[in-house]
Design a protein around this ligand. Structure first.
Ligand code: ADP
Ligand code: ZN
Length: 430
């Protein structure tokens, strides 16, 4: 464990620490960020009204629009002189979302990452290849400095040039990979094609930045011979390192000394209890550069406060089941792409790449899944093909409650992404 005193803290003691920090950050945001002062004043809320952790519910949400409206630096709580790093992520539309970090923020961020790496089983003996893009994106530099803090060797290869990545992995004796799960999968497939899997020393794949499924992790394990873990974060609250899986793979431990998580039902404006699924809100408890209160992540998950078998007492969030805004509504039914992925990845005949095309024909929603088969010969065997398509359709129907059109395509015919994949094309939005 990187910070045992925090990671195994008594929960009562943790709540006291969180309350102290919450009171501080609320007053700090009120005093230093014009938007928060205005928001609080509008509803007559004073920082001194926050007396217990439950009182966090009095604070208005912060949204992506707030970040856009205050672009680029108006949510910063310190003069620019104190900001020593900027990152940004592509916004859903228009301007990017910006985050500014003070020296302390960077130090805390690296601590969070070092914890997440060590949860996955990484140590200062590992050689860790970072295949996240280096640049404004939080992933590359975020993981980079966390790896240094852990004391492992960092290989900052960044994204792109897949065959070269594999050559370096082999030549440098890389033991751990940091990548998006889809890119990790692509690296694995390519390494297998190059016939070098057995020459690799790889033992860990630390994945994040996009959704993955247990089936995907299982495939990584089998093809790449790695122990895959997942981690979670977002630029608005600083980047990756909010939470990560330990070796138990029973949810992602949240760095609760730095982030206060809540699950809410937005429509009913209600904070939900342990185990209930809803939108994750995050409040930064230590950020100096850009404190954020109750950020609406749009990510749907649930929390558990049960101590973990690994010995950590930090709360765990479940795998993200979808975003409130990537949820597809197909003929009135809510469909999460992750549900489709689970079905496809669970079927041995299928490859790891797929796309989902949603359209509207004669006012009716249609949804088509195109997925690669593992063995191209299958595409010429008509009866086998028909049987497989029928089975996929059946499995999708069981999970989604709707009929999905299925098209099987040749191995490697779907374009691979080197960063985040875009699996869904929604032609209805045209
Ligand atoms: P990053 O991609 O570095 O995490 P962004 O700000 O670009 O940061 O994107 C954040 C969003 O990415 C999150 O709100 C979430 O929807 C998604 N995301 C990040 N990590 C995961 C994960 N482990 N599982 C599912 N979605 C994730
Ligand atoms: Zn654990």
């Amino acid at each position: 464990m990187f910070s045992p005193e925090i990671e195994t803290i008594d929960r009562k003691q943790l709540r006291e620490m969180q309350l102290e920090r919450l009171k501080h950050i609320v007053a700090y945001a009120y005093d230093n960020v014009e938007m928060y002062k205005r928001r609080f004043d509008e509803i007559g809320l004073k920082p001194s009204h926050i007396r217990t952790l439950k009182d966090v519910a009095l604070i208005p949400y912060t949204t992506k629009d707030d970040l856009r409206d205050n672009y680029p630096f108006r949510l910063f709580a310190v003069p620019m002189k104190k900001i020593i790093r900027l990152h940004a992520s592509s916004g859903t539309t228009g301007k990017p979302v910006v985050c500014g970090y003070t020296r302390n923020d960077l130090d805390n961020w690296s601590t969070c990452i070092a914890r997440v790496l060590s949860m996955a089983g990484a140590t200062d003996e590992d050689i860790i290849q970072v295949s996240f893009g280096y640049g404004l994106f939080t992933g590359g530099f975020g993981l980079h400095y966390g790896i240094e803090k852990l004391g492992a060797t960092v290989v900052p290869v960044s994204s792109g040039n897949t065959e070269r990545q594999i050559m370096l992995m082999k030549d440098f004796g890389v033991t751990a990979l940091v990548a998006t799960p889809s890119y990790a999968m692509y690296l694995a497939e390519t390494a297998r094609k190059m016939g070098v899997i057995d020459d690799l020393k790889l033992r860990l794949a630390i994945t994040g930045a996009e959704a993955s499924t247990p089936e995907m992790h299982e495939s990584l394990k089998q093809i790449f011979h790695v122990f895959p873990t997942e981690n979670y974060g977002l630029t608005e609250v600083g980047g990756p390192g909010v939470a990560g899986e330990c070796r138990e793979k029973a949810g992602m431990h949240i760095n609760e000394d730095m982030y206060y998580p809540e699950i809410v039902n937005i429509e009913e404006n209600k904070v939900l209890g342990e185990g209930e699924q809803g939108e994750l809100l995050l409040t930064t408890l230590t950020k100096e550069g850009m404190p954020i209160l109750r950020y609406r992540t749009k990510d749907i998950t649930s929390l558990t406060y049960e101590p973990c078998k690994c010995g950590r007492t930090l709360a765990r969030m479940s795998r993200i089941v979808g975003r409130t805004d990537d949820m597809l509504i197909i003929r009135g039914v809510n469909v999460f792409p992750s549900q489709i992925e689970s079905v496809l990845m669970g079927m041995g005949e299928l490859g790891k790449s797929y796309e989902i095309i949603v359209d509207r024909v004669n006012y009716m929603d249609t949804i088509e899944v195109r997925v690669e088969v593992l063995d191209a010969n299958l595409l010429t065997d008509y009866s086998k093909l028909e049987e497989l398509v029928a089975r996929i359709k059946h499995n999708l129907r069981v999970v989604l409650q709707i009929d999905v059109k299925v098209k099987l395509v040749e191995p490697f015919s779907i374009k691979r992404a080197e960063g985040k994949v875009k699996r869904v094309t929604d032609l209805r939005k045209k």
